[in-house]
Design a binder for this molecule. Structure first.
Ligand SMILES: *[C@@H]1O[C@H](CO)[C@@H](O)[C@H](O)[C@H]1NC(C)=O
Ligand SMILES: *[C@@H]1O[C@H](CO)[C@@H](O)[C@H](O)[C@H]1NC(C)=O
Length: 190
């Protein structure tokens, strides 16, 4: 590799890094020059905050008004998928105050284990967070006392969110398979 080539490739590497870092900023700022965009990205990153959310997820699969319904699969075997619009409550009881909904699906994703792939939007309906959401995508090994799943994004107040959710089953009725699950969600966002 000659000198010039080396220089060109390290230059394009640096440009690539900057492009990559600045991409979310540069699409929103009009006419800003490169220097301003860099400053802007440093300023914005200082305004990040962390929010902790605590709520209970009410999974109702039994009765006349289930909030989670099976859309494919046999029993709870591999591939079984439920679509849900479960309520999120402030307390563990099912009739506790509703603060949002868990909309999405969960699928049995382990062949020799009980683990679900969770694809969920937690959308909130109360106070400051009304209309804002966080999205969770992860593995839910339901037999563990505590499960951790990544928060991969958010909207509204939670734009650019990233973080994690800790889940713990408070009660599970083996007959109806209804459950109440406690969630602690920690998110960093702007
Ligand atoms: C949440 O927002 C919706 C839509 O803007 C509104 O209808 C509702 O009253 C709000 N709820 C609360 C508790 O502020
Ligand atoms: C959630 O946080 C509360 C308060 O710190 C704690 O008592 C509870 O055990 C936590 N639950 C989970 C599932 O992390």
């Amino acid at each position: 590799m000659n000198k010039l080539h080396k220089m060109a490739s390290s230059c394009s590497y640096i440009l690539f890094i900057f492009n990559f870092l600045l991409f979310p900023i540069s699409i929103s700022s009009s006419n800003g020059d490169f220097h301003n965009e860099l400053l802007e990205s440093i300023t914005v990153s200082r305004m990040e905050k962390t929010t902790h959310l605590h709520f209970y997820f009410q999974d109702v699969v039994s009765g006349n008004n289930p909030t989670a319904v099976k859309i494919i699969g046999d029993g709870y075997g591999f591939g079984t998928t439920f679509m849900m619009d479960d309520v999120l409550t402030q307390g563990p009881e099912r009739d506790s105050k509703v603060i949002g909904r868990a909309q999405g699906m969960y699928s049995s994703a382990a062949q020799n284990d009980i683990a679900f792939l969770m694809i969920v939007t937690f959308v909130f309906t109360e106070g400051l967070y009304n209309g804002s959401s966080v999205s969770m995508l992860g593995r839910n090994h339901v037999v563990d006392d505590e499960r951790e799943m990544p928060i991969v994004g958010g909207s509204g107040v939670f734009r650019f969110a990233r973080g994690y959710a800790l889940a713990h089953t408070v009660w599970f009725d083996p007959k109806t398979r209804d459950a109440s699950v406690e969630y602690n969600v920690s998110v960093v966002h702007f």
